[in-house]
Design a binder for this molecule. Structure first.
Ligand code: NAP
Length: 483
C-alpha cells in the first residue's frame, strides 16, 4: 500500500507549555512522526514557549530526550537532528510582560501561525488576551485549546466568551484527542462508507450500545486535579460524549466541519436526563499493596468518583427505546476502550431452542489493538446436527493493512496537522461543549445535593457490583473488560 502524504503549508507553531508533560509526551513526538512521514515542509518551525530560561540549544536537548523517552524503536540520529533544527524556544510568562516582544520578532508574516495552549486552563484567557494585545495573532491565526474546557456550563461559557473576544470560532481548535484516534474516524468510514450498516443502525435492529473506557492506572500524579473533577467531568462529558455522538448522529450531508458538528450537537440536545437509579458511581478501594483512591488523592473523605456507569436514552426517531450504556473507571481489570453495538436477536430461530441465543455484535476497539470486529453466527463445523457458534470477522488494523497498519498514527499526529490544514472537523465547537455541560451539570449537581457516596470497588475488578445490577435489571450484561 502506498502512503500518500501531502506536505502542509509552511507554519510557525508556538507551543505554550512547550516544556510540559503533554508537549514532551505527545505533541513533540507527534510532530516528529509527521516530519519523518514527509508532511512537514522545510520552512515549518516549532517554537516552544514557557517561563524557563532556555535557549534554542537547551530546548532542543530537552526535546531530544523526550523523543528518546516517548518514541519506541530506534531513532535515526540524523533524522532527529534535522527535526530538532526546526525547534526554537522563547522564554515567556503568560501572565506577565516578559518575552512577548521576542516572540513577536520571531514570528514570520507569510506562514500559517498556530498557537497551542498546552498550559493550565487558568492561563487560556491570559494567553488569548496577550496574543491579541501584543499583535501576534491575526485573523488567519489558529489557537489550539487543551482539555479540560471548563468544569461546568458556567465556566465553559465564560471561557468561550473570553476566547471569542479575540478569536473567531473558525480559529479555535478545542482538542478532544479521542476524535483523532484512527478507529474513531474509521467508525464514520464504516457507518457512512458502506451500505451494509446504515439500514440496521437504529432502534429497530440495535438492542443496545455499550461504550467502555477502562483504565488500570489510578489517579496518582494528577490526584489534586482529578479529585476536583471525577470520572464524570474527566471522561464522560468530553471523550465518551464524543464517541456517543459519532455512533448516534444522523449522516451529515458532507464530511465537513460544521455539517458533522451540527449532527453531533443534535445528539447531545436529544439526550434524556438520567434518573439517579440509572447511574452508578464508584471509587476504588485499596489493598495491602495498592493504595486506595483516597490515599492516591490524599483526601481521606473524598466522595469523588473514579468510576461511573450509566444508562442513557436518546429521544429521537432513530434511537428511542435503545439505551446507550456508558462505563468508565480507573484501576479496573484491564486497559480497554471499546464501543459495542449489540444487535437484536433474529426475529425467529429456525434452529430451535437448543441452538441458543446468538447476537451480532459490532465491536469498535479503540485501545489496545485498534480495529473492528463483527461477530457473526455460523454453524459449528462437523457432524452432529445444526449447532451454532459465534465467530469474529476480525479487522485488526495491524493485520488487515500490513506494515501501514502496524503504525496506527497517534491522535495528536492527525489533530496537529489538521490545525495547520485548517480543518476543524475533528475538533469540538463551542456550542457542543456547552451542550455537553448542560446535560452533565444536573447529574453532578443532583448527587452533590444528595451528598451521595460512591460505591467502593476492588482494584483490578470490573467496578462496583451495582454496575452489574444496572445491566441485569434489563436482562443484559456488560462485555468483559479485557485487553
Ligand atoms: P505541565 O507538565 O504542568 O506543564 C505546564 C507547562 O506550562 C510547562 O511547560 C510550564 O513551564 C508552562 N507554564 C506554566 N506556567 C506558565 C506561565 N505562567 N507562562 C508560560 N508558561 C507556563 O502540564 P501538562 O501536563 O503538559 O498539561 C498542559 C495542558 O494540557 C493542561 O491544560 C492539561 O490539562 C492538558 N492535558 C494534559 C495531558 C497530559 O497527558 N499531560 C492530557 C490531556 C490534557 P514553566 O513552568 O517553565 O513556565
Amino acid at each position: 500500500m502506498v502512503s500518500r502524504v501531502i506536505p502542509v503549508d509552511p507554519f510557525d507553531l508556538v507551543i505554550f507549555g512547550g516544556t510540559g508533560d503533554l508537549a514532551r509526551r505527545k505533541i513533540i513526538p507527534a510532530l516528529y512522526r509527521r516530519f519523518i512521514a514527509g508532511q512537514m515542509p522545510p520552512e515549518a518551525r516549532i517554537i516552544g514557549a514557557a517561563r524557563g530560561d532556555l535557549d534554542d540549544a537547551a530546548y532542543r536537548d530537552q526535546m531530544r530526550g523526550a523523543l528518546a523517552e516517548f518514541l519506541s524503536g530506534d531513532l535515526n540520529a540524523d533524522d532527529v537532528s534535522a527535526f530538532l533544527d526546526r525547534l526554537h524556544f522563547v522564554s515567556i510568562d503568560a501572565t506577565g510582560d516578559a518575552g512577548w516582544s521576542d516572540l513577536r520578532d520571531l514570528m514570520r508574516d507569510d506562514v500559517i501561525r498556530a498557537f497551542y495552549f498546552s498550559v493550565a486552563p487558568s492561563l487560556f484567557g491570559a494567553l488569548a488576551q496577550k496574543l491579541h494585545d501584543q499583535d501576534i495573532a491575526g485573523p488567519q491565526s489558529r489557537i489550539v485549546v487543551e482539555k479540560p474546557f471548563g468544569r461546568n456550563l458556567k465556566t465553559a461559557k465564560a471561557l468561550n466568551e473570553t476566547l471569542a473576544r479575540h478569536f473567531d470560532e473558525t480559529q479555535i481548535y478545542r482538542i478532544d484527542h479521542y476524535l483523532g484516534k484512527e478507529t474513531v474516524q474509521n467508525l464514520m468510514a464504516v457507518r457512512f462508507g458502506n451500505v451494509l450498516f446504515e439500514p440496521l443502525w437504529n432502534a429497530q435492529y440495535v438492542d443496545h450500545i455499550q461504550i467502555t473506557v477502562a483504565e488500570t492506572v489510578g489517579v496518582s500524579g494528577r490526584g489534586a486535579f482529578y479529585d476536583q473533577a471525577g470520572a464524570m467531568r474527566d471522561m464522560v462529558q468530553n471523550h465518551m460524549m464524543q464517541l456517543l455522538c459519532l455512533i448516534a448522529m444522523e449522516p451529515p450531508s458532507r464530511f465537513e466541519p460544521d455539517a458533522v458538528r451540527d449532527e453531533k450537537l443534535k445528539v447531545i440536545r436529544a439526550l434524556d436526563p438520567v434518573p439517579s437509579d440509572d447511574i452508578v458511581r464508584g471509587q476504588y478501594a485499596g489493598t495491602d499493596d495498592i493504595p486506595s483512591y483516597r490515599q492516591d488523592v490524599e483526601n481521606p473523605d473524598s466522595q469523588t468518583e473514579s468510576f461511573v456507569a450509566m444508562k442513557v436514552g436518546i429521544s429521537n426517531w432513530r434511537w428511542a427505546g435503545t439505551p446507550f450504556y456508558l462505563r468508565t473507571g480507573k484501576r479496573l481489570r484491564a486497559r480497554a476502550s471499546e464501543i459495542a453495538v449489540v444487535f437484536k436477536d433474529a426475529p425467529h430461530s429456525i434452529f430451535g431452542e437448543e441452538a441458543g441465543r446468538h447476537r451480532n455484535i459490532l465491536t469498535i476497539r479503540l485501545q489496545p489493538n485498534e480495529g473492528m470486529m463483527l461477530g457473526v453466527t455460523i454453524k459449528e463445523p462437523g457432524p452432529g446436527g445444526m449447532r451454532l457458534v459465534d465467530v469474529p470477522l476480525d479487522m485488526t488494523f495491524a493485520d488487515a493493512l500490513g506494515p501501514e497498519g502496524e503504525h496506527v498514527p497517534d491522535a495528536y499526529e492527525r489533530l496537529v496537522m489538521d490545525v495547520i490544514r485548517g480543518n476543524q472537523t475533528l475538533f469540538m465547537r463551542g456550542d457542543e461543549v456547552e451542550a455537553a455541560w448542560a446535560w452533565t451539570d444536573p447529574l453532578v449537581d443532583a448527587w452533590e445535593a444528595r451528598d451521595e457516596r460512591p460505591a467502593l470497588y476492588e482494584p483490578g475488578s470490573s467496578g462496583p457490583e451495582e454496575a452489574q445490577i444496572l445491566m441485569h435489571r434489563a436482562n443484559r450484561r456488560w462485555r468483559e473488560i479485557k485487553e
